[in-house]
Design a protein around this ligand. Structure first.
Ligand SMILES: Cc1ncc(COP(=O)(O)O)c(C=O)c1O
Length: 459
């Protein structure tokens, strides 16, 4: 039986956790700081739980340089519901903010006490103008756009790009910004994109130029950073909402820590339950009264979020409107605190350098042995986090060009497992191989994978 040190894990799901964090978390589960009670037995409203929450926020703000103090800064929220919950919450929030801005403008122009006229005017504007823009570059942004259609109706959903249309029906490219059909800024309640598409291995190389400088009344920029959070430096001020799905948040943070531990003992994380949202405070102030939205339900169904997904409510209650899994947050907090201490001045840039070096190493090997391997996405948008590739038939096999060799792919996976290179199977919806190069994957593991790829290609 292999020891934990011997395993290199490239799965897209749970990730290894450093032993010191597991040990400290285990202790906290049994008897938190010698209180005689475990952390998950203590009220989420207790001072203890509040401290965990405050520590998590402070560490995240420090690591990512998030301005949280000023009125024009950001709120950091911890919720449940995962990335999928945020598909719904983000569109409902942005549409609500758009409607509220229109309501305020109507009141300013028509005068106080003209409630019926105000409703009528906003109703017309919704019907004639409202749009939510989606950049569909992979399976997750597709799901998000489908959720928007389900909630508010497809007539309001503008798919500004569907990358499949430029790539023979498959994801794998991001068409140039000049091809995006974004709605007029005044009509747009949001522009949504998934920064890294986990299933398809497509990542935005940088923040899109055409979305820079959007303040809030010109399409709130929403980014799903579930699978590349803290893997590169970002300017938080470019975004209205950033969200990170529950499992991957802890996973990416943990990865940072593991690299700092220089190959310390590892274990699967297995902890999900916290979704992180970073949201602009000035937008929260635009949250409309549900009673106003109710009057518009004939043209705008399902625009009122369930209370647990209402960002303003969660912010007002310091993420404790309802029960928050404090223990899960505690594990992430331990990791965050260590990161702040370990990375010091370099912050996320230190991790970015490492992530880039590992990804380059793996892609270089795939490109060098292009007779054997085919990298699925276009070179310009290759994900540094999820490296998706296929295996070609042997040249003398007589197989049809462009087809993948299922038997060889199985052979590749079986051979990899024999060398303790685990979790390399692609997502079930697309097949092939996926080497997830999250922060948890050490340079040594990346090098082992490359050595195996070379050996397989030469065989
Ligand atoms: C980029 C991305 N967005 C959203 C999700 C969905 O997250 P959840 O499973 O937490 O709903 C995932 C899940 O892996 C993801 O990778």
């Amino acid at each position: 039986m292999p020891s934990r040190d011997e395993i290199s894990y490239f799965g897209a799901g749970p990730a290894p956790l450093p032993t010191p964090v597991i040990e400290q978390s285990a202790k906290a589960l049994v008897n938190y700081e010698d209180t005689g009670l475990g952390l998950s037995e203590i009220s989420h409203r207790s001072p203890t739980a509040n401290k965990v929450l405050a520590d998590a926020k402070a560490a995240l703000a420090a690591l990512y340089e998030i301005p949280t103090e000023n009125e024009d800064g950001y709120e950091i929220l911890f919720m449940q519901g995962g990335g999928t919950g945020e598909f719904s919450a983000s569109v409902q929030a942005c549409v609500g903010w758009w409607v509220e801005q229109r309501r305020r403008k109507a009141v300013a122009e028509l005068g106080e006490g003209k409630d019926a006229e105000v409703v009528e005017r906003v109703r017309k504007e919704i019907q004639q103008e409202l749009k939510v823009d989606y950049l569909v570059t992979g399976s997750w942004s597709l799901k998000a756009s489908q959720e928007a259609s389900r909630l508010i109706g497809s007539k309001y959903v503008n798919v500004a790009i569907d990358a499949r249309k430029s790539n023979s029906g498959k994801f794998g490219v991001i068409p140039g910004e000049d091809e995006w059909k974004l709605s007029d800024k005044k009509s747009s309640a949001m522009v949504y994109f998934c920064d890294n598409e986990t299933v398809d291995g497509v990542e935005f190389p940088a923040f899109p130029e055409s979305l820079k400088g959007r303040a809030g009344d010109d399409g709130v920029v929403v980014a799903d950073m579930s699978s590349n959070f803290v893997s590169r430096k970002i300017d938080v001020r470019n975004y209205g909402i950033i969200f990170v799905s529950q499992a991957l948040f802890a996973l990416l943070l943990v990865g940072l820590l593991i690299n700092e531990y220089q190959g310390g003992a590892q274990k699967n994380l297995g902890i999900a339950g916290i979704t992180v949202i970073i949201v602009k405070k000035s937008l929260l102030a635009l949250t409309p009264a549900p009673a106003f939205l109710q009057q518009l339900s004939d043209v705008l169904p399902s625009a009122i979020p369930p209370i647990v997904f209402d960002f303003a409510t969660i912010a007002k209650n310091n993420s404790l409107y309802n029960t928050l899994p404090i223990f899960n947050l505690y594990v992430a907090t331990l990791v965050l605190q260590s990161l702040v201490a370990n990375f010091a001045e370099k912050k996320v840039s230190g991790q970015e350098e490492l992530a880039n070096r590992k990804a380059e190493l793996i892609y270089e090997a795939l490109d060098q042995y292009s007779d054997t391997y085919h990298v699925v996405p276009d070179k310009r948008v290759r994900s540094r986090m999820n490296i998706c590739f296929r295996i070609k038939p042997k040249q003398d096999s007589g197989a049809e060009p462009g087809k993948w060799d299922d038997a060889r792919e199985k052979e590749f996976l079986a051979g990899a497992e024999k060398q303790n290179l685990m979790g390399l199977k692609g997502h079930r919806s697309v097949g092939g191989m996926r080497a997830s190069n999250y922060n948890a994957v050490s340079m040594a593991s990346a090098e082992k994978l490359v050595a195996y790829m070379v050996q397989f290609a030469r065989a």
